[in-house]
Design a protein around this ligand. Structure first.
Ligand SMILES: NC(=O)c1ccc[n+]([C@@H]2O[C@H](COP(=O)([O-])OP(=O)(O)OC[C@H]3O[C@@H](n4cnc5c(N)ncnc54)[C@H](O)[C@@H]3O)[C@@H](O)[C@H]2O)c1
Length: 354
């Protein structure tokens, strides 16, 4: 198949491109590398089945007009981390509005199936736990996160309108926190931030009490879910949560990363930012029923893969091995495979949450 991936130079997009190429698809990536990096696809350089177009999909020129005859459109382009959409709120709104329209028009023109990578942020700071797809959300339309939350809500609405009125076969994936190699260390999301801090021996920054929860899904599992949702017949118009139901406190995640990195880092506390959700956990019953999908990668395994990627990236930058403080040997022992709901390793540096 010929497949368009908008945002394919990003963290999730680049892993999706890998999986599609392995399947034998021809892939066109359109990305403006505002928050992603072409080096996420550097290992695929020279592959004839991969084309790259550097363009802003929200620009009036409509860069997607030049694309003819694709069978699938995966629409992932959008700033996605609080740091990124905080820095580019207008661009975030326009990418999700004009950019989503351009991607949907492309799918309509080509008769292609369309998948929107939406987000758990459409639920806002939820009052229902865990969040089912039927929950309509609790969103502040003018808060600091609103460019992303409302941008994605608009993108979902536009996607549903193309299905209802133009007959495009659309599917909406609501992704919960997805992590893994190829994140930017400075993107402000919890796993990259903690990994970078632990590997460089700086304190891990915790906002508020650290008792707020996140559920983390390894990017390989996320990509499997996206492809399953796109390819399963008869799901036009469906909205499906893709995420891990393994809910952890931020403190637990911080302690696990310190332990797995063998780091001597401590913890630094900061005030909780406005509109920061206190709990986030998907109900994935629908994904299980419709797609036979659920995450498979244990948290400790995924965190170790993310840490390995950051370690390699930092060594390449400095030309030296990243110095890992005492406890490295212990981390190798504790980082064995754990099942879902596993007890995560605790730091061996005497640090305890306050
Ligand atoms: N990673 C997560 O935890 C998560 C959670 C929920 C939803 N999502 C969604 O999944 C998608 C991918 O997220 P990610 O984590 O890979 O983020 P990312 O920032 O790594 O990737 C997004 C990509 O989109 C590109 N992009 C942004 N605006 C663009 C524009 N106007 N034109 C062309 N390209 C543009 C960026 O350069 C980047 O390569 C996003 O739509 C995001 O909202 C991700």
């Amino acid at each position: 198949m010929r497949i368009l991936v908008t945002g394919g130079a990003g963290m999730v997009g680049s892993h999706l491109v890998d999986a599609l190429l392995v399947r034998g698809d021809a892939v066109i990536v359109v990305d403006n590398v505002s928050t992603g990096r072409w080096r996420n696809l550097a290992h695929l350089e020279g592959r004839p089945s991969l084309s790259r177009i550097e363009a802003d999909i929200a620009a009036p020129a409509d860069s997607l007009r030049q694309i003819a005859a694709v069978d699938r459109v995966y629409h992932l382009a959008s700033p996605a981390s609080p740091v990124d959409y905080g820095r580019y709120p207008i661009e975030t709104l326009m990418t999700n509005a004009a950019g989503t329209r351009a991607a949907l028009e492309c799918a309509a023109r080509c008769g292609a199936r369309f998948l929107l990578a939406s987000t758990s942020e459409v639920y806002g700071d939820p009052v229902e736990h865990p969040q089912r797809e039927s929950y309509v959300g609790h969103v502040n339309p003018v808060g600091p996160r609103s460019s992303y939350d409302e941008g994605k809500r608009f993108a979902e609405s536009l996607t549903a309108a193309y299905w209802r009125t133009r007959g495009v076969d659309v599917r909406i994936a609501r992704l919960f926190n997805s992590y893994g190699p190829r994140s930017r260390a400075d993107d402000g999301r919890v796993v990259p931030t903690f990994c970078a801090q632990a590997l460089t021996g700086r304190p891990l920054t915790i906002f508020g009490t650290g008792l707020q929860t996140r559920s983390l899904c390894y990017v390989g599992d996320t990509v499997r879910g996206l492809i399953a949702l796109m390819e399963r017949p008869g799901l036009a118009g469906e909205v499906v949560n893709i995420g891990s139901p393994d809910e952890r406190t931020i403190l637990e995640i911080a302690r696990a990363i310190i332990a797995l990195a063998g780091s001597g880092s401590g913890i630094e506390r900061r005030p909780l930012p406005a509109d920061d959700p206190t709990r986030r956990c998907p109900d994935i019953a629908k994904a299980r029923a419709l797609l036979g999908w659920e995450p498979e990668t244990p948290l400790a395994t995924g965190l170790r893969l993310a840490l390995d990627a950051f370690r390699a990236e930092f060594s390449a930058c400095t030309g030296a091995e990243v110095a890992v403080p005492s406890g490295a040997a212990r981390a190798l022992v504790v980082s064995g495979v754990h099942g879902r709901g596993e007890a995560l390793p605790a730091p061996g540096n005497g640090w305890e949450p306050r």
